[in-house]
Design a protein around this ligand. Structure first.
Ligand SMILES: [Zn+2]
Length: 311
């Protein structure tokens, strides 16, 4: 079980170092700064961009194979999950987003954040004839702003954990995702850069879609100014090269999430790695620009808790 860690202790000197402070040619013996188990350093690695330039995926510390954090260590996933669940508890009259199981795991009820996204979409798009409270009418799980924020906050914490664990099973053995009583595999909810072909495949299917969590590395920010009849908008974009499963041709997957909230846009730095909760749409076919082929996936951002800043 392993969470990616940013800092560690050099065994020989006792110094605390961040992953990016360890020179790539050095291999010092390292221990976890929380429980002192032996750990390893994973060097940063380059990522290509469609322009031909490159960016870097940051270095981190992880467990050695078959290594384990000691009981009580802050990086034990089980404890991190327990903390998210404890923090998520709402009063007796509210729906709980986690449902504890007898075997010690918990169900995460995905339909609750889905309802939350629908409410904030309605509030964002409400015209003057409606009040934002209208967005809550007819909802099944969420009654007020306090609950809405609490559910999104919990969802954000769980997404952050998923982005930080080295393997899916580090989290999936503690938390199941459940949508209206039906179990959804984690791999259908969370997509990192290596699984973009799976995302294209999923979006191309005719089955009913649910929002997903997507890891976007090294984002590029783009502003769309006011134009005739258009309100200003901002987007966060990322690019990853992979094989398009529809015809086995290598293309760039271009992800673009748009928002009309400048505050949300300003809070993210260019080049950041983020995880985003949104409802993606796949544009049919592919586009081509300067000899580079793109598959385009887009979606909307309404609330800051849809974004987890990973690094
Ligand atoms: Zn540890």
């Amino acid at each position: 079980m392993a969470i990616k860690m940013r800092k560690a202790i050099i065994k020989e000197t006792g110094e605390v170092k961040y992953a990016n402070q360890i020179p790539e040619t050095q291999k010092p013996d390292l221990i976890c700064h929380s429980c002192h188990t032996d750990i390893r350093h994973v060097n940063r690695h380059p990522r290509e961009l469609p322009s031909g330039s490159r960016t870097w995926v940051p270095a981190y510390f992880g467990l050695k194979s078959k290594g384990q954090h000691n009981e009580g260590c802050q990086y034990v996933p089980k404890h991190l999950v327990e903390k998210v669940i404890a923090d998520s508890q709402l009063g007796a009259n509210a729906e709980q987003i986690f449902n504890a199981k007898e075997n010690g795991s918990a169900d995460f009820r995905l339909h609750i954040p889905i309802e939350a996204l629908k409410i904030i979409q309605l509030m964002t798009e409400a015209d003057e004839t409606k009040t934002t409270e209208d967005a809550f009418s007819g909802t099944k799980y969420i009654r007020n702003h306090e609950q809405l924020n609490a559910y999104l906050n919990t969802t954000n914490q769980l997404m952050t954990l998923r982005a930080l664990v080295e393997k899916e099973r580090d989290l999936s053995e503690h938390v199941n995702i459940v949508l209206y009583g039906r179990k959804i595999p984690w791999r259908k909810f969370f997509y990192d850069e290596k699984r973009y072909p799976d995302l294209i495949k999923y979006l191309g299917k005719s089955e009913q879609k649910h929002p997903i969590c997507l890891l976007m590395n090294g984002i590029k920010k783009k502003a769309y100014p006011v134009r005739d009849g258009w309100k200003p908008a901002w987007s966060l974009n990322s690019y990853e090269k992979g094989i398009d499963p529809r015809d086995n041709v290598t293309r760039w997957l271009s992800i673009s999430v748009k928002t009309k909230d400048q505050g949300l846009f300003d809070a993210i730095n260019d080049g950041a790695d983020i995880a985003v909760l949104f409802s993606p749409k796949l544009k049919e076919g592919y586009s081509e620009s300067n000899g580079v082929q793109y598959v385009n996936v887009s979606g909307d951002l309404y609330h800051k808790q849809q974004i987890c800043i990973i690094s």
